[in-house]
Design a protein around this ligand. Structure first.
Ligand SMILES: [Zn+2]
Length: 437
């Protein structure tokens, strides 16, 4: 992109005035940011660090790491055998220039081949320029437009200024594996709490936040590093919402072992109306235990409430059911071990449904105006549920376990058919007494 605005022109020219990355940075990177590698090929180990080759004892061939007998390097084993091997890492050099905080990003590659000493490649691919207000502008190399990640750098032409929102584009967000230890920062960053470590946070994100966001500054000064990482991750809104509790944490010098569990725990405290200012609640000695305790407490409470609701619902339904069907209560037909009786309580509908695994309760059969529901039992055990149409005085359905036909089906139907007249009599009784009501 051709620099157009005053800032873009200024940064392009300042960037050109920076001295190239010093060779000692690359030497440091070669020693500190890469692993040592080995590969198993045709039953031999190859050290890709020192070119040593040896025959392994058979039990060691599947280990993740092995030690080279020549250079004593702890070698990570390459997952597959090929000719060329490559490890890619990013490192950052932190510098300041003309009142800007500068983060220079370098891609470093270790290139390896069996029987050869590794070679290295380093290239500066990006520069973040951060002004004292925390605004970031970025210069970067171009990348292959078809690539999903930004690793496909085109190493020519040089760095160029990128659009304003470039540093917020997830594709180009790089958190370097390491930061070169010699760093130069603006005095205002020191004033805002920065000492020397970036705590695994992308440096440009940390610096721009420290310059523009008092919450980041407060968290860093209080050395609440878990919270700071979490906050600068993707959870700014959460921390802002829980700011009172965070202040309590800071005041108590409490260290949160797992921030997302802690946030869940705060939700639970809120549910139980516990004070977010109170260290006793907000800073539990054992967060996991405290969290699990409240989860259980809430679950028990909800269960109790549900049962209570169900009980009230059943009580209400019972009143209506009794007034609708009372005239049939007490009906019982018996033949040998089989008894059939009218279900008299709504809670017995629930039991019947539970015992036989059908929906006589859930589908509120007790509320059906034209139906009478009876339960057939053998030795006190339900074996079938029967629905009778009162207007037609006939059996609508007779269901056993899980709505299947019971093996006592014939017996049940016979016994009931013989006694339908008794049900009919009770109907008449109602009709006779009706005018008196
Ligand atoms: Zn070696």
């Amino acid at each position: 992109m051709i620099p157009k605005t005053r800032t873009e022109k200024q940064l392009t020219s300042l960037s050109a005035s920076l001295s190239p990355i010093k060779p000692e940075v690359f030497t440091w990177a070669e020693q500190h940011i890469f692993l040592k590698w080995g590969v198993l090929s045709r039953s031999k180990f190859y050290c890709l660090q020192c070119t040593h080759v040896w025959k392994p004892s058979c039990e060691k061939t599947c280990a993740k790491f092995t030690t080279c007998p020549a250079c004593a390097g702890k070698l990570k084993m390459m997952p597959c055998n090929q000719v060329h091997f490559k490890e890619t890492q990013y490192l950052a050099v932190i510098d300041s220039c003309a009142g800007f905080q500068v983060v220079r990003m370098i891609i470093s590659q270790k290139l390896m081949k069996k029987n050869f000493i590794p070679t290295y490649f380093h290239k500066e691919v990006m520069q973040h320029w951060i002004n004292p207000k925390g605004e970031v502008r970025t210069l970067a190399l171009s990348t292959n437009v078809f690539s999903q990640t930004c690793d496909a750098w085109q190493f020519n032409p040089p760095l160029e200024i990128k659009p304003k929102d470039f540093s917020r584009n997830a594709k180009y967000f790089i958190n370097p594996y390491k930061v070169y230890p010699q760093i130069k920062v603006l005095p205002i960053l020191k004033r805002n709490g920065f000492k020397s470590s970036v705590y695994d946070i992308a440096p440009h994100l940390l610096f721009s936040s420290l310059l523009s966001d008092p919450i980041a500054e407060t968290l860093l000064k209080a050395r609440q590093l878990n919270l700071l990482q979490y906050y600068l991750g993707a959870s700014r809104q959460h921390i802002r919402r829980n700011w009172q509790a965070v202040k309590t944490v800071i005041r108590n010098g409490y260290k949160i072992s797992d921030v997302s569990i802690w946030e869940d725990y705060l939700e639970l405290l809120r549910y139980f109306n516990k004070d977010p200012f109170c260290g006793k609640y907000v800073c539990p000695e054992n967060l996991g235990e405290a969290h699990d305790h409240l989860v259980k407490k809430k679950r028990d409470l909800l269960r109790k409430k549900k049962l209570q609701d169900l009980r009230l619902e059943i009580e209400k339904a019972q009143k209506k059911y009794a007034s609708d069907k009372k005239r049939f209560f007490g009906l019982l037909f018996k033949e040998k071990e089989l008894t059939i009786s009218v279900i008299e309580n709504v809670k017995d509908f629930m039991m019947e449904g539970d015992n036989l695994g059908h929906c006589v309760f859930t589908n509120e059969y007790y509320d059906r105006k034209d139906s009478l529901i009876l339960s057939a039992k053998i030795a006190e055990q339900s074996v079938g549920t029967i629905e009778i149409s009162l207007s037609r005085m006939e059996i609508l359905q007779c269901r056993g376990m899980k709505n299947k036909r019971s093996k006592h089906h014939e017996k049940i139907v016979n016994l009931l058919s013989q006694n339908l007249y008794l049900i009919k009599e009770r109907m008449k009784k109602r009709m006779k007494t009706a005018p008196l009501q």
